[in-house]
Design a protein around this ligand. Sequence first.
Ligand code: ARG
Length: 585
Amino acid sequence: MNKIISTIAEKMSAAFVAAGYEERFAAVTVSNRPDLCQYQCNGAMAAAKQYKKAPIMIANEVVAGLAGDPMFSLCEAVAPGFINISVSAQYLAEYVFAMKDEEKFGLELAKKPQTVVVDYGGANVAKPLHVGHLRPAVIGEAVKRILRYTGNNVIGDAHFGDWGTPIGLIITEIRRRQPELVYFDPDYTGEYPKEPPFTVSELEEIYPFASGYSKEHEDYREDARRAILELQNGRRGYYALWEHIMTVSMMDLKKNYESLGVNFDLWKKESDAQPYIPDMIQEMKDKGYTRISEGALVVDVKEETDTKEMPPCMILKSDGATLYNTTDLATIVERRKLFDPDRIIYVVDKRQSLYFEQIFRCAKKTELVRPETEFVHIGFGTMTDKGGKPFKTRDGGVMRLEELVGNIADEVYNKMADRDMPEEERRSIAKTIGLAALKYGDLSNQSTKDYIFDMERFTSFEGNTGPYILYTMVRIKSILSKLPGDVEVSAPSGRDYGEEEKNLLLTLSRFADSVEKAAAELSPMKICQYIYDLANCFNGFYHANKILSESDETKKSEWIVLLKLTLAILNDCISMLAFEAPDRM
Ligand code: ARG
């Protein structure tokens, strides 16, 4: 369906041209004074300079050309030269009624659907998920779903870290503790045990220990470095140990991401890109893109216009080991081979932005991708406590994601103490609401900004929160359950509409605008803003009308249509944000 704002823009263009002005002045925007009008055009102001005329004169001439159009309930020129526009309630109602019968409520799908890889999650194996993993998972999942909803072919990849320094550290630490294990005997040629020599909780204890220990012990660090190099060179025992680490850790990661409602299409790991490395490096060398710098193999990525420091992209360390960079580049090669993506989006902490700039430039320069391939780094900020410090547990440790999810569910559970429902149901609903609170609390901020984790505010049933959105949906469900379900109204009757109902119609009609914006700007926040607006409009409408006891049957039937549509749109939106609504709360 053509968006209302587009229809207005077309009419406005025609009116500008008919009045003798260039079309480019006819841009229409959503009004920034919703108390005065719904849409506006400020083009007369700009045209005034070119045509050397008073803006108000131009605005008046354009408005005269639009006079009498039944689409508008308001179309007027106001000093110094604004054109204010509102759409008639009847037009809005007809539009909204047409939306309900359309696929995705009339949203026009991407004209040129793209193949997009979203690289998010990025947890390192052998470590439990902690609060630092929340943002990439939540933002990435939403971006993936928004792009998919708008008609693109989207592949979400977890890209787990399983090949770098941490693995070297873990191997080194296991050897320190149990040097007698067969994995460390270089002469061993038999089969390795099927059972891992550690449990998931042991593994989770090993890494932080090793990481801390290595900071103080140079030789230990050196051992870890050599271990990873030997693993990369195919040392059998290390490889077998690494496989154990993977099995134990991946099961745990899957469980955790699942309970967060995050599902990757690909559960790939850094190691999956390793087979692509030798040829990639050979080609880079053959094409003359590399040089040796202090023993390391690098590609220069500096550009003349750079104002900031742009170090070369390292491909191999001086000892010949591959590194984080090499893997990311090889993953690009792999993705090209498997999906030939038009776009690759990385949802990774903004502290890695220089790194990604180097990778993107290097990939383009060395022709790993088509020249038009688009790389995007969504660099997110930090979730902090009220003091602005990275969010930690009470005793200063890193909080597990599981614990955070549990805490927020408990908070909601306690808020629902007075509800008359079975204990088990209250628990399960609290978990659903808790997740919404957490995700909405994150996504309703601009991704690049830091934000404060505020349990009290996030779990509030009022205000700009996830629970408020869910509460609104539950309210609609409850009203609908008391009304006949089978009303069929194909077109609105043309009655008088109250102010609140008009607001609701207007906001419903703007669904596609919001989703398109969210997709274009890769901004889940836009969806949050829209559903908050929609929830407010709905609640305004709800308080202004007695829906259940309304005696005018025509009105009531039309309201049922609006209720259903509002609920369906909210449902699609929260599903883009990857959370769900309970049936009651
Ligand atoms: N595992 C990495 C880390 O812990 C994040 C991975 C991000 N994704 C990527 N393609 N580099 O920093």
